[in-house]
Design a protein around this ligand. Structure first.
Ligand SMILES: *[C@@H]1O[C@H](CO)[C@@H](O)[C@H](O)[C@H]1NC(C)=O
Ligand SMILES: *[C@@H]1O[C@H](CO)[C@@H](O)[C@H](O)[C@H]1NC(C)=O
Length: 286
């Protein structure tokens, strides 16, 4: 094929790439950085042991790995989300499947899958990959548009303008809100934003934070509950948004606190899941 055509195809692939992603790199990095602060020393040590060499001993460095595996592991693509018919509710039996109708193939099924795999030392799955998938999917299930409406692919087909730039509703929630916040409030420094979120967890949300992870059934995770929350938040995210809508300050200022809280919840809950897997109170699954 001609060089021009090849370049054009590459450019098109690059332009499409964001729609295929989850929380952008920053979102996943922040979720995992928050989680690191809540790990018990046993869990932190076990996680470190499982990390690949290229992570440099830092879980957060691996939290976007799953997005890079979508083509290598085609089956993993539907595991990043759980779209609904648009009734603001997530129903596992109804909504957790891939397009072929195969059950459990959604983000909630994946979180349960990799949690169980990490707990079970006889699991055939590669534990390093299980950890990296788990850390990524706990982030994804907290992004409201990952439990968006199936008919618009979780907002991917709703073209909008983010201030003056062309985007889509899904990408706004994955990337644009975080990017704008970093630029406007955090000196373009992801660590400054993480510190602000962590401060809110210990001050602003210290009381409710204890309710974020009250999952008593230890053999399973509370991932279906997180998806229900996201499905409800997604309905608010769609409100007033149409094809070609321009979203700017009004939308940004109502969405940003939601994004920050979802990152906080994702981090706290990922730590709780890892602590249950690797902590002292290790529970056998029968
Ligand atoms: C569970 O994990 C295995 C290994 O990565 C994968 O092949 C399978 O599709 C996963 N299933 C779900 C529901 O996540
Ligand atoms: C901190 O909490 C306040 C009140 O809920 C919220 O408005 C603000 O956006 C939060 N900031 C961060 C960084 O989480």
């Amino acid at each position: 094929m001609g060089r021009r055509l090849l370049l054009l195809l590459l450019a098109m692939a690059a332009a499409r790439a964001p729609t295929a992603q989850a929380w952008g790199k920053e979102g996943h990095y922040m979720v995992c950085k928050v989680a690191e602060g809540f790990l018990t020393s046993e869990a932190a040590a076990a996680v470190k042991e499982l990390l690949p060499g290229w992570a440099g001993g830092d879980l957060a460095e691996t939290c976007s790995w799953a997005d890079t595996q979508r083509f290598r592991y085609r089956w993993s693509s539907p595991l990043h989300f759980a779209d609904t018919p648009g009734d603001c509710q997530f129903n596992y039996a109804r909504d957790c499947h891939n397009t072929e109708g195969e059950k459990d193939m959604c983000v909630v099924g994946a979180i349960n899958n990799y949690t169980a795999a990490l707990k079970d030392s006889s699991s055939p799955y590669d534990p390093t990959e299980s950890l990296m998938f788990l850390a990524h999917f706990v982030g994804d299930v907290h992004q409201p548009l990952h439990c968006g409406h199936a008919k618009d692919l979780g907002g991917n087909t709703i073209v909008v303008h983010w201030y003056t730039r062309k985007s889509n509703l899904h990408h706004v929630w994955d990337v644009n809100i975080i990017e704008t916040a970093m630029k406007d409030f955090y000196n373009n420094d992801v660590n400054t934003m993480i510190e602000a979120i962590k401060r809110n967890i210990t001050e602003e949300w210290s009381n409710e934070e204890k309710q974020w992870e009250t999952c008593q059934i230890r053999a399973k995770t509370c991932a279906d509950k997180y998806a229900e929350e996201s499905a409800a938040l997604a309905c608010k995210a769609y409100e007033g948004v149409e094809q070609e809508s321009t979203l700017e300050d009004d939308y940004f200022f109502s969405a940003l606190p939601v994004v920050e809280k979802r990152i906080a919840q994702g981090g706290v809950r990922l730590a709780a899941i890892l602590n249950r897997i690797f902590g002292n109170s290790r529970v056998q699954i029968s």
